[in-house]
Each structure stands twice: as structure tokens, then as C-alpha cells.
Design a binder for this molecule. Structure first.
Ligand SMILES: Cc1cc2nc3c(=O)[nH]c(=O)nc-3n(C[C@H](O)[C@H](O)[C@H](O)COP(=O)(O)OP(=O)(O)OC[C@H]3O[C@@H](n4cnc5c(N)ncnc54)[C@H](O)[C@@H]3O)c2cc1C
Length: 401
């Protein structure tokens, strides 16, 4: 029985969505659009800032490019959802409450947990003290300020995953006066087909990015990066993009989490330990036939929509359906005029098909700008949000329990 029933005060079902990223906003808009004529469901979206953080463009923020002002309350206009600005400091899964900024308490009947993930700054010594990150818009702005002031010297981008590649390319293009070194264990574009990977590498060469793969950072020092083996690479600024870390709130609340702290879900995106909690986006460990989904916007938005659909079904006394998702592309920007788009099988392995150059750059820009039209359509026609590739035979769903 829900808290409000026990208290006998109201029969409103309170859904609290934590995190207004790509996944949380998709959940809130989908749910609030579907239930807007009902007085019995209240959707509350909580986020640290009122401005939407376009994570997909944080490497642009880090190079001083101005992004559109996207205001979360405005994005919710036309739905019944209300917005609460604040920093979530605790979830009490027994009392079913969320604590915000340590003094406000929000009770919930259903929780959607979408607090995202950031680069892991805790594992390698010196990262917290001496490296910059793209973990928030403010962090990216601090780096932009540093890069603008340098006037010359070396920037080390640590982490040769796609965020590292996009950042190194963007910095090299925007700051030709700087030497950019991209360091990482794997070669850039390692998961792409050989031709797409070769294109990506030649673009980095063209932009003057010095790539060092097969190396691991042991320590970040003031003014240098120390590699495993002892070599030091001088650096006037270090951008750390390696590893992922999620908020410790889910684990602290006693929810079952995986080794990265992500909430382990069943096939319908409910927490395996607390079925009144749905987990979406980068904060969730979601099993598919090919393994656990990795954090992307292309998969994050469908998880939010699916959680909303599951909540609507559960409120009607129906069983939520299993979530299925298959990847379809990996678009990587290489500065503002070039990109590689690797088309993929549903399990994210590369297909032969890929795009390069200006066509790929336009494709990437279209994808990056697509959440707003998607949410706009969803408000008018909620069913339009439920179209994404289900992955066919690649996504035979197994329950994680
Ligand atoms: C530079 C860069 C480029 C990328 N490019 C791509 C790409 O091309 N394609 C792709 O698919 N993915 C890309 N990604 C990954 C993508 O951004 C993430 O997978 C996506 O943002 C996950 O969405 P989310 O909603 O789970 O989390 P987020 O978008 O991170 O949203 C989480 C929200 O929760 C808020 N929050 C966190 N903790 C708290 C708290 N305690 N209290 C209140 N609010 C809180 C945050 O402020 C944020 O608004 C990129 C990432 C980066 C950094």
C-alpha cells in the first residue's frame, strides 16, 4: 500500500523522476503526456540545474562554443509534469522518499532513477586535483577558460574512447596553437570496421592530434601525466575522459547495483530489489541478449520512454512489457566539418556501412539536435516516442534475477 493511502490524505499516485538528462526527460515527458487528463498521477522531475545539459555537445562547450539555452521547465510545457530544481542527496527506499539539498523531502510511490554517469576521476591518483573533465557544463566551461588562456603548449586528452576522440579533434580544430596528445589503452575507433577506423585516424592526423595508444596513465601530476612504466608526458592541461562512475545514491539506498554502481533492472526496467523503482539511462545496468547496455543517448531515451509506458501499464493493473533495444549507429564528430558514422548491428558490432566527411558531420548534427523535435512530437502524440529498433534476434531478453 502506498504512503498516501496509509495516511488517508490523497489518492494521487506520485511519480518522481530523478535527473533531467536524455533518459529522465524522455520518461517525464512521455509519462506526463500520457496521464495529463488524469488527476490521479502527479509527475515531478528533479534536476540539479534548470538548464538542460547537452552532454553530447560538452566538447563544444569545452572549446568555447555557445550552445542553445534549453530550459527544462520550458521543455515540459504542455505536459502535466512539474519541475523541482535541486541536488538529490539521498533516496530512502524504505520510506519511499527523496531528499533534496538536505532540507526538502519528496515522497514517491514510483521512482524513476536517471541520474546518469560521469568520467571516473577517483581511480587514478591526481585526476581529481589536476585534470579537467566534461562531467558537467560548468566543468566544460572551466576547461574552455583554461584553453583560451593557454596561448600555446600541450593538452593531453586521457582516454581514447569516443568522448576522448571527439574532444581531442574539437580542441585541435579550435585551438591550432596547442599541441593535442590523445592517450589511451585502445586505438581510437577500436570498435569500428577497419576502413572507418582508418578514416578516423587520418582525420586526427590531419588535425595534428598526436595519438598514443597502448598506454595507461598511472598518475596525473601538476604539469604532466605519468604513464605506467614511468614515462612522463608534459601537459599544460589534462582532460580526463576515461572510465565511468555513477552517483553513489542508489547503492547507499540499498538498491541492488552492479560493480559500477548502476541499478540492476529486470526486463521491464524495474530495480530487481525494489520494483517500485525504475532505472533508466547511464545509471541503469540493463541486460539484453547481447549483454549489458552501455551508456548512450541512443539507448537512454528509449529506456526513459519504456519506463513511462511500464508505469502507465502498472497503474492500469497490467503487466509491464520487456524492454528491448538494438544499437544502430556510432556517430563520432571530428571537429565541426568532419565525422565518421559507423552503422552497427544491434549488438553494437560494426557493419560494413559507414559515412565520412561532411555528410557524416551533417548526420551527426541531425542526431545531436534530434531530442527536441522528438520530445515536441511526444507531447502532441505520445505514441511517436515508442519507435526505436528492438534488435530482433540480438535482443532476446533474459531476466537478470
Ligand atoms: C562529450 C560527450 C559526447 C557524447 N556523445 C555521444 C553521442 O554522440 N551519442 C550518444 O549516444 N551518446 C553520447 N554521449 C553519452 C551520452 O551523453 C550519455 O550516454 C547520456 O547523456 C546519458 O543520458 P542520461 O539521461 O542517462 O544521463 P545525463 O544526460 O548525464 O543526465 C543526468 C542528469 O542528472 C542530473 N544529476 C546527476 N546527479 C544529480 C543529483 N544528485 N541531483 C540532481 N540532479 C542530478 C545531471 O545534472 C543531469 O542533468 C556523449 C557524452 C559526452 C560526455
Amino acid at each position: 500500500m502506498s504512503a498516501q493511502h496509509e495516511a488517508g490524505v490523497t489518492t494521487t499516485h506520485r511519480v518522481v523522476v530523478l535527473g533531467a538528462g536524455y533518459a529522465g526527460l524522455s520518461a517525464a515527458i512521455q509519462l506526463a503526456s500520457r496521464v495529463k487528463r488524469s488527476e490521479n498521477v502527479q509527475v515531478t522531475l528533479v534536476n540539479a540545474q534548470e538548464r538542460f545539459t547537452e552532454r553530447l555537445r560538452l566538447h563544444m562547450t569545452a572549446t568555447g562554443q555557445r550552445l542553445a539555452e534549453l530550459n527544462i521547465p520550458e521543455l515540459l510545457e504542455g505536459t502535466s509534469a512539474r519541475f523541482v530544481r535541486g541536488w538529490v542527496t539521498a533516496v530512502d527506499a524504505d520510506a519511499k522518499t527523496v531528499r533534496i539539498d538536505d532540507e526538502r523531502v519528496l515522497p514517491y510511490d514510483t521512482l524513476v532513477y536517471g541520474l546518469g554517469g560521469v568520467a571516473d576521476t577517483a581511480t587514478v591518483p591526481g585526476v581529481e586535483d589536476h585534470a579537467y573533465t566534461l562531467n558537467s557544463a560548468q566543468d566544460a566551461e572551466v576547461l574552455a577558460d583554461r584553453l583560451a588562456r593557454l596561448g600555446g603548449g600541450t593538452v593531453v586528452v586521457a582516454g581514447s574512447g569516443l568522448t576522448g576522440v571527439e574532444s581531442a579533434a574539437e580542441i585541435a580544430e579550435r585551438h591550432p596553437e596547442l599541441n593535442v596528445v590523445l592517450l589511451g589503452r585502445r586505438e581510437p575507433g577500436a570498435a569500428m570496421n577497419p576502413k572507418a577506423k582508418a578514416y578516423l585516424r587520418s582525420a586526427l592526423d590531419r588535425l595534428g592530434v598526436r595519438v598514443r595508444s597502448g598506454v595507461e596513465v598511472a598518475k596525473v601530476l601538476p604539469g604532466a601525466v605519468e604513464l605506467v612504466g614511468g614515462e612522463t608526458v608534459p601537459a599544460d592541461a589534462v582532460l580526463w575522459t576515461s572510465g565511468t562512475r555513477v552517483s553513489p545514491l542508489a547503492a547507499a539506498a540499498g538498491l541492488t547495483v552492479d560493480e559500477h554502481g548502476r541499478i540492476v533492472t529486470d526486463t521491464t526496467l524495474r530495480s530487481v530489489s525494489h520494483p517500485e523503482v525504475y532505472a533508466v539511462g547511464d545509471a541503469a545496468a540493463i541486460h539484453q541478449g547481447y549483454g549489458v547496455m552501455h551508456g548512450t543517448c541512443q539507448g537512454g531515451m528509449p529506456t526513459g520512454v519504456h519506463a513511462a509506458l511500464s508505469i502507465v501499464r502498472a497503474l492500469k493493473g497490467k503487466q509491464p512489457k520487456p524492454f528491448r533495444f538494438g544499437y544502430y549507429h556510432t556517430p563520432v564528430s571530428l571537429g565541426r566539418h568532419d565525422a565518421v558514422v559507423q552503422f552497427t548491428h544491434p549488438d553494437d558490432s560494426p557493419r560494413r556501412l559507414y559515412l565520412t566527411g561532411r555528410v557524416a558531420a551533417r548526420y551527426k548534427e541531425t542526431v545531436t539536435a534530434s531530442p527536441w523535435p522528438t520530445w515536441g512530437r511526444m507531447k502532441k502524440m505520445p505514441a511517436s516516442g515508442a519507435f526505436w529498433p528492438r534488435g530482433g534476434r540480438f535482443t532476446q531478453v533474459r531476466d537478470a534475477r
